[in-house]
Ligand binder design. Sequence first.
Ligand SMILES: [Zn+2]
Length: 308
Amino acid sequence: MNPTGTQTGIREILQNAHHFGLAIPAFNIPYLPMLEPVVQAVVDLEAFGLIATARLEWIKFEAGGLSQVVKEFARWSRPDYVRLHLDHVPVIDEDNLWVDTTPIFQEAIRLGYASLMVDGSRLRLEENIQAVRLVVELAHAAGIPVEAELGAVLGHESGPMPSYEELYASGRGFTDAQEARRFVGETGCDWLSVAIGNIHGAIAAGRKDLKKIEARLNLERLELLNQATGIPLVLHGGSGIKQDNVLAAMKHGISKINVATEIRQAYEVALKEQGSIVQAQQAVYERTRWVIHDFLQISGIRGQVSGA
Ligand SMILES: [Zn+2]
């Protein structure tokens, strides 16, 4: 609640975060029992967060589907602290297949998701613009903000990955500032996921348990993107990036940071080693606290970003 007694919308909360140089973490929930301890950690630290599920989390993991996530969220929901976000609905997916995205977005809107992400980053610029524009129309009619992605945040793909050093040095797939300006102007998207050296944690079998390599961010490129777009920018692959780079990125336009691998592996390792969901939930709680308090240093920001 804000002082006028109404709930502050997530669009405004991200704008506030952008203004103050803060970020809202979006925690991915590939296993439903992770949801409760994540919410608890956000509440206990007076932070603000998004609970996120991506399409691949109900296809390749155990999140179940849109309505299962909504049901679990409703059990633990604390709207003053957390909202529900639909992460990565790809137009072309990790296995290079086309996805019929409209029914997924329609269902998410109907189920009450607070925000949506359409990922057209595997398309050419023109096609990406067209795909995003359609989703923006649909979502804005329901008062819901849309995140889009421009550039290539690699890592989810099933095929072989180029070496990180090679990728970073070449800047291949990095978001271009001129393209970003045009993209935001023509699509009307609210938030933009950018590629500036960040990568996703691998989710392919045989690679998903590996420790993520430490990624770096091109902060000069980020500042150009911030100036070119003027909207909250999003950092995917937030686990395992050099901490000083992440903290600096928040001062240059990154207002939402996706955290997936860090808490997923905490859950999987604890479950495997201790065999109990309760202990795995405890591990997720501890790791989420660490992400909020130690890594992102955003404990206590709830009042500032939500006007509460
Ligand atoms: Zn992502």
